[in-house]
Ligand binder design. Structure first.
Ligand code: FAD
Ligand code: SIN
Length: 528
């Protein structure tokens, strides 16, 4: 039996919940989350939310910093709306109950991160995302027209096939629900809020849910996707054999942390006048270059000069997590390496989250709004989720009014001749292979040759996965594998097309920026 809602929201992070809260004032909302309700990048965010709240700051400064980081590809209107609407959205979060650190005067305690010319980052200790997610979920629980389906995985979007080719409206999605059944979910408006795709790389700061499902589903449905070559690598993830994806926040460098080689030598001033506070791509590339030059496996982030009291009070969670791995960050430098962190590209949207497919919206990390251009400024993504979640909810009210909630002839999920798999090894093997090849061939520094190698292997892997997908019964692992394969393909395609280096895309074959030929987005779509 099909389920129906006015608004189907796929994803329960900051973007999906910001949308859902507003949309629930206009109709029935159903939020799908792949694992527990709170699990996603939002929950793990550490540093904070960038917004103009300090006395020495201005919208112009924040806009300029964002444009500079974006290396010529930001869409100015997207930057302007995000920056200008940001402070109000942050205050709304506070009114929903989110508690951020304050100074004794009552003002927000603003911190600083790479690429920011001012202190403008509101934070809840070093667990900002956890506090944001807590407050948003609590507010959602107060809304009568809002229901959650946790442990439920959207598989593919449902399109109106009766419309002329390429104009079919999105009617909802197929999803594998917690019950183990695949259901057809119909909605007037469908919103992709599925977050990023860090799991496409071997090393990532992202949680397990980050498999790029929204981008992959939208691409398969014929939506425009852009700028997937701009994958941001965070410079500092903990290097420890037992630590899985633990981020060491940029705020540590913002508060004076120093990067050193194993020998103790500092190196960042050789790469950028802002040294440790240079934009993220510069710091990640500098670490990558030093690791290649020295043959070491990690560099060190040193907080020891800042004093035990400050370090433990300001970064209690990072202190405790590192301590659990035997590192006392107040007296020992932290071994760190870069890791895949943030997808700057995504499903192309307008300033209200509309994609190129009617009835389909995208918000948050899954979307490409134009805010980030070729490189995201630290702590601008939680802000984007807040601003665009709300903008999309306002905008889609009229869209929803004209739409049907149920298709006339509901196309139920057809399992065909699929049987239980007796070859799950294909899933684990291909999962590892894709993530490793992306890390080795499509990482921080690229070449045309490496991209070609990646493309050849991916073509074979995608073919194998496609065959497996249709032969065997669908599981969450298979859905995710198919999606990381499609997202890997999109990253390689976009990276291959861009014959220059800019922002997060750096290739040894074209080491310079070429505004004349490449001062534009890399847009890609396929026939639905
Ligand atoms: P997410 O919060 O990732 O939520 C995605 C949701 O989609 C989840 O609920 C997931 O279950 C669901 N989902 C995915 N696929 C499916 C599917 N197929 N079916 C059903 N549900 C699905 N940014 C900042 O601005 N400041 C920071 O301090 C900061 N720190 C960070 C620290 C870490 C460790 C990480 C990983 C990221 C950090 N970022 C930070 C980036 C930021 O957290 C994310 O960009 C942002 O939270 C993304 O929000 P979102 O709502 O788009 O997606
Ligand atoms: C961090 O705390 O370093 C992450 C900030 C971000 O990704 O915006």
């Amino acid at each position: 039996m099909a389920l129906t809602a006015d608004f189907l929201v796929i994803g329960g992070g900051i973007a999906g919940l910001s949308f859902a809260l507003r949309a629930a004032e206009q109709g029935e909302v159903l939020v799908l989350t792949k694992r527990a309700r709170q699990e996603g990048s939002t929950y793990h965010a550490q540093g904070g939310i960038a917004s103009v709240l300090g006395p020495d700051d201005s919208f112009e400064h924040h806009v300029e910093d964002t444009l500079l980081a974006g290396a010529g590809l930001c869409r100015r209107e997207a930057v302007e709306v995000t920056v200008r609407e940001g402070p109000e959205r942050v205050r709304e979060l506070v009114s929903l109950g989110a508690e951020f650190n304050r100074r004794p005067s009552g003002e927000f305690d603003l911190t600083r991160e790479g690429g920011h010319s001012r202190r403008r980052i509101v934070h809840a200790g070093d667990i900002t995302g956890r506090e944001v997610e807590r407050a948003l979920l609590a507010a959602c629980d107060e809304r009568p027209h809002l229901a959650f389906h946790p442990e439920s995985t959207a598989i593919d979007l449902l399109l109106d096939r009766k419309a002329p080719r390429g104009q079919g409206r999105c009617l909802g999605a197929y999803a594998l629900l917690a019950s183990g059944k695949i259901e057809t979910l119909f909605a007037k408006v469908t919103v992709l809020a599925t977050g990023g795709a860090g799991k496409v790389y071997l090393y990532t700061s992202n949680p397990d849910v980050a498999t790029g499902d929204g981008v992959a589903m939208a691409y398969r449905a014929g939506a425009q996707v852009a700028n997937m070559e701009f994958y941001q690598f965070h410079p500092t993830c903990l290097y420890h054999p037992e630590a899985k994806s633990f981020l060491i926040s940029e705020a540590l460098r913002g508060e004076g942390g120093r990067l050193r080689l194993k020998s103790g030598e500092r190196f960042m001033s050789r790469y950028h006048p802002m040294a440790e506070l240079a934009p993220r791509d510069v710091v990640a590339r500098a670490i990558d270059a030093e690791l290649k030059r020295t043959g070491d496996e990690w560099v060190l982030l040193d907080m020891t000069h800042l004093g035990r009291a400050f370090v433990t009070e300001r970064f209690p969670n990072i202190y405790a997590q590192c301590k659990a791995f035997g590192i006392d960050i107040a007296s020992q430098p932290i071994p760190v390496v870069p890791a895949a962190h943030y997808q700057c590209g995504g499903v192309v949207t307008d300033l209200d989250g509309r994609t190129s497919v009617p009835g389909l919206y995208a918000v948050g990390e899954a979307a490409c709004t134009g805010l980030h251009g070729a490189n995201r400024l630290a702590s601008n993504s939680l802000l984007e989720g807040l601003v665009f979640g709300q903008r999309a909810a306002k905008a889609c009210a009229s869209d929803a009014r004209g739409a049907r909630r149920e298709a006339e002839e509901p196309p139920e999920w057809d399992p065909g001749a699929a049987v239980e798999s007796d070859e799950s090894v294909l899933v684990t093997h291909n999962w590892d292979e894709i993530r490793r090849l992306m890390w080795n061939y499509v990482g921080i520094v690229r070449t045309g040759k490496r991209l070609m190698r990646a493309r050849r292997r991916l073509d074979l892997l995608r073919e194998e996965i496609r065959e497996y997908y249709w032969r065997f019964k669908v599981t969450r692992d298979v859905v995710e594998l198919r999606n990381i394969a499609d997202v890997a393909h999109l990253i390689v395609e976009c990276a291959t097309r861009r014959k220059e280096s800019r922002g997060l895309h750096y290739t040894l074959d074209y080491p310079n920026r070429d505004d004349h030929n490449w001062g534009r987005d890399t847009v890609i779509s396929r026939e639905p």
